[in-house]
Design a protein around this ligand. Structure first.
Ligand code: PHE
Length: 331
């Protein structure tokens, strides 16, 4: 018996070894079983003492094994933790990480605001036809306002959409009012200078409700909230303007975020920056999509213009040159 006690105490060093010893003691052919088998051969008096002794030894060994088991388990966990620990002093090759393009980051920031207000996100094709891009938006053929948008035409009379407003038309044709949507996307115009590229991005917004339920006042307060989300604590001004698909129409300015009223080059000394176009949906647009007894408002903005203002990019074209020296500043 003492042999086993020594063995457990001094020799056993793994849980597997301990299990082997446990079987040698407690197994079917183990020494305890052998001991109890001997009982038969003993006389009455001897039997009692022998059995009591065996039971005592059994309890002692059992307790010893349990204690050893706990000790070994703990050791095993300790060594496992040591083995699997990360050596944070180890030399590592730096991993080059990319960054969201500033135009896409700006787009995300715009979309985030409207999704929180329960606007749905709609998309449409980049190649459009005359009906969706112009006609249904109250821009009949030969209307002079078509000159506002320098269109790329394809050979088959189709065209590259000049704004995201055709998505308004498509959404109204496919869904019933009420509508509360934004349409972010790529648009194209024949234009190229400091503040224009032939490909750029817009976010369109459209809200349609029952007749007389929404007004210019709703549009105003919604856009004010949006522009404060984008630019912080700015003043917002609505200037009467013209779009064929809205009446009345307005262009929206924010107080110059660079000079704060002093006048600078970016705001051309006006202290205001023009940031978007908007208005109350013209009844002719509702007529074109077959909507009756509704009211609505719409707005459209250029994402690059927002990105330029937010990041003070002086030349819009540089955003699309893929120059890492510029793009890496946005990590
Ligand atoms: N589609 C107009 C543009 O591209 C912007 C706009 C959208 C204005 C919706 C009013 C309402 O200039």
């Amino acid at each position: 018996m003492q042999d086993f006690i020594n063995k457990i105490k001094n020799e056993v060093s793994t849980l597997d070894d301990l299990e082997k010893v446990r079987v040698e003691i407690f197994g079917k052919k183990g020494i305890l079983a052998q001991g109890f088998a001997k009982l038969k051969e003993l006389g009455e008096d001897e039997k009692k003492e022998f059995a009591a002794n065996l039971n005592k030894q059994r309890d002692e060994l059992s307790a010893l094994i349990e204690a050893k088991k706990a000790e070994l388990s703990e050791q095993e966990i300790d060594s496992k933790m040591k083995k699997e620990a990360a050596d944070i002093t180890l030399f590592n090759e730096p991993v080059a990480s990319g960054a969201l393009h500033p135009v896409m980051a700006t787009m995300d920031k715009i979309i985030e605001y409207f999704l929180a207000l329960n606007f749905s996100l709609e998309t449409g094709p980049l190649i459009e036809d005359d009906f969706h891009n112009f006609e249904a938006l109250n821009l009949p053929k030969y209307h002079p306002a078509r000159d506002m948008q320098d269109t790329f035409y394809l050979d088959d009379f189709r065209l590259l959409r000049t704004h995201t407003s055709p998505v308004q038309v498509r959404t109204m044709l496919n869904q019933k009012p009420p509508i509360r949507m934004i349409a972010p996307g790529t648009v194209f115009r024949r234009d190229m200078d400091l503040t224009h590229t032939p490909m750029f991005h817009q976010v369109e917004g459209l809200v349609v409700e029952d007749a007389e339920k929404v007004s210019f006042a709703n549009l105003k307060s919604m856009l004010e909230g949006f522009l404060k989300h984008m630019f912080g604590d700015v003043e917002v001004r609505f200037r009467p303007s013209f779009f064929p698909f809205t009446e009345p129409s307005a262009e929206v300015d924010i107080s110059c975020i660079f000079c704060h009223g002093k006048g600078c080059r970016v705001c051309k000394q006006t202290t205001w920056l023009e940031v978007l176009g908007c208005g109350v949906v013209d009844p002719n647009v509702f007529k074109a999509v077959g909507y009756k007894n509704v009211s609505g408002y719409a707005f459209g903005l250029g994402v690059e213009r927002f990105a330029m203002l937010l990041h003070r990019v002086p030349d819009l074209r540089s955003l699309f040159e893929g120059d890492l020296r510029l793009l890496e500043q946005f990590k």
